[in-house]
Ligand binder design. Structure first.
Ligand code: ZN
Length: 139
C-alpha cells in the first residue's frame, strides 16, 4: 500500500476528528509514515474536529526509533474535516521550518484533496510534491 494511501485511510477513519501523524524519511524522500494519536485537549471552544496535538513523549519515541533506522522526522500530516487543505493560523503558529506539512481535506468522510506546505519565513508556501511523489507515495 502506498504511504499516501496510509495517510488517506487514517484521515478517513478518524473523520470527523482530525487525524495526525509523522512522516519519516531521508532528506526530502518519504520512507515511512507513523500514524499518531490526536491528543488535543486544549481550549474548550475548539475540539478534536479542528485541532490536533501529538504527544511529545510519543514523538520523541518515534524520533529515537527512526534514528536507529537512519530516518528522520521530515514532516507532519494532519486532516481538515470539512475544510480545505489550507493551513490554519494555528497550523502556521505551530509550524517548524524544517518540516513539511501535509494537509488532507476530508469532506463527509472522504479525502478530496491533499497538499504539501512548507514554512518560508512567516508564511506557508505550497510546494510541489517533488520527492514526496516518489514510488511510495503514489496512489
Ligand atoms: Zn490544520
Amino acid at each position: 500500500m502506498s504511504l499516501l494511501k496510509v495517510m488517506i485511510d487514517h484521515a478517513e477513519a478518524e473523520y470527523p476528528r482530525e487525524c495526525c501523524g509523522l512522516i519519516l524519511g531521508v532528506g526530502d524522500r518519504i520512507e515511512t509514515i507513523e500514524p499518531m494519536q490526536n491528543v488535543w485537549s486544549g481550549e474548550v471552544e475548539h475540539s478534536l474536529r479542528d485541532r490536533y496535538a501529538i504527544d511529545p513523549g510519543e514523538m520523541l519515541g518515534v524520533m529515537k526509533r527512526s534514528r536507529d533506522q537512519g530516518l528522520d522526522i521530515i514532516g507532519i500530516y494532519h486532516s481538515h474535516p470539512d475544510h480545505p487543505a489550507l493551513p490554519s493560523e494555528c497550523d502556521r503558529a505551530a509550524a517548524w521550518p524544517q518540516y513539511r506539512y501535509v494537509i488532507l481535506s476530508v469532506e463527509r468522510g472522504k479525502v478530496v484533496d491533499w497538499r504539501v506546505w512548507v514554512l518560508e519565513g512567516e508564511v506557508f508556501v505550497a510546494i510541489d510534491f517533488g520527492d514526496f511523489k516518489n514510488e511510495t507515495t503514489r496512489l
